[in-house]
Design a protein around this ligand. Structure first.
Ligand SMILES: [Zn+2]
Length: 341
């Protein structure tokens, strides 16, 4: 692997773990200040054939050791490592670097091997070539047990003070660092990390009177995309899902589906399980099966959306860019006002 690929691969692996809990990792080239040091070494183990889907011990290809207060992640330099990217897939006898890095970072953060036999778990003791039986590649993802193990060590969702959030709604939500407010929609957007599955996070949002986020304009979509970017999140679950009829999409807050932003060739219904929707880093949407996303976005409105009427230029409390957006939305706003008055 080239140095630049190696850096990207390591960055990607840390990113995947940081989606689960609020830990921030940053790169340093100063060995003294580093907590985790990543290097290659000649482990000198027998040459193992990794071409088939047979499992091999992950510790035969890389290992994590702790010495003098520092954690070392060491990859065997005799192996053929690959940083898998689109159109640069894993070929026969290559090892998936991100997969192995995820496993070793898990150890570095204090997680032991899972004792159960779910082979897809990143923290399973044996390396499993990340592909389906017909050899199509599967991007390495943290599985249910991996997330649970991490949450046990570093805590689960942010705890919300229900009494305070109800009594003093705006005051409460506007002071939290995992929350952002958009004055055009008057909603608070809440980042939830370490999501196990759809129903759990749905219940979490519901508990404080919110719902998974619904998106109704490209400005709102842009806002959510920026919110993800600020928090270094590359994909997050939003509130759209397929109804029981498996034909119609619905928002978690039951608002009208009046805006969509599917990525090219989406939704593509890859698996026949219940469909959920994630926003990708470029802002477009992709349909996904449950337990795919480790980050979700909830929303809450402290009061019913009250939109001003008349000339948007006179809406002094709105920023100029919001006024511009509102002007374009004006048709919609006037309709809201008519029914609201
Ligand atoms: Zn291990």
């Amino acid at each position: 692997m080239k140095n630049s690929e190696l850096q990207s691969a390591i960055k990607r692996a840390f990113e995947i773990w940081s989606q689960v809990v609020d830990l921030t990792f940053s790169e340093t080239n100063k060995t003294e200040s580093a907590d985790i040091i990543i290097a290659f070494e000649g482990i000198g183990l027998e040459n193992i054939d990794f071409g088939n889907r047979e499992m091999k011990s992950v510790n035969q290809i890389a290992r994590t050791i702790e010495t003098n207060g520092k954690v070392y992640i060491l990859f065997d330099n005799m192996k053929s490592w690959k940083y898998v990217q689109v159109n640069n897939w894993l070929v026969y006898n290559e090892l998936d670097f991100v997969y192995a890095a995820l496993h070793q970072i898990g150890h570095a953060l204090g997680i032991n091997h899972h004792l159960n036999k779910v082979r897809r778990n990143i923290m399973h003791s044996e390396y499993l070539r990340p592909s389906t039986k017909d050899e199509s590649y599967i991007w390495p993802h943290l599985q249910h047990d991996d997330v649970l193990a991490m949450r046990e060590l570093y805590g689960a969702y942010e705890s919300i003070n229900l009494t305070e959030s109800q009594e003093n709604c705006d005051e409460y939500w506007s002071h939290l660092d995992f929350v952002s407010h958009y004055n055009l929609t008057n909603k608070y957007y809440i980042l939830v990390r370490g999501v196990l599955n759809h129903s759990e996070v749905q219940q979490y949002c519901k508990n404080f009177g919110g719902a998974l986020v619904s998106i109704h304009s490209r400005w709102e979509n842009h806002f959510v995309q920026d919110f993800m970017k600020e928090n270094k999140v590359s994909e997050a679950l939003i509130g759209l899902s397929l109804k029981n009829d498996q034909i119609n999409w619905k928002w978690d807050d039951n608002s009208e589906v009046d805006y969509i932003n599917w990525d090219k060739n989406e939704p593509n219904h890859v698996m026949s399980s219940e469909y959920l929707v994630e926003m990708l880093s470029h802002g477009r949407w992709n349909d996904v099966p449950d337990e795919h996303n480790r980050v979700a976005i909830c929303q809450i409105s402290c009061e019913e959306k009250v939109l001003p009427s008349g000339d948007p230029n006179k809406w002094k409390k709105y920023a100029p860019e919001d006024q511009e957006a509102a002007k374009l939305l004006l048709g919609e706003i006037l309709v809201v006002n008519q029914t609201g008055n």
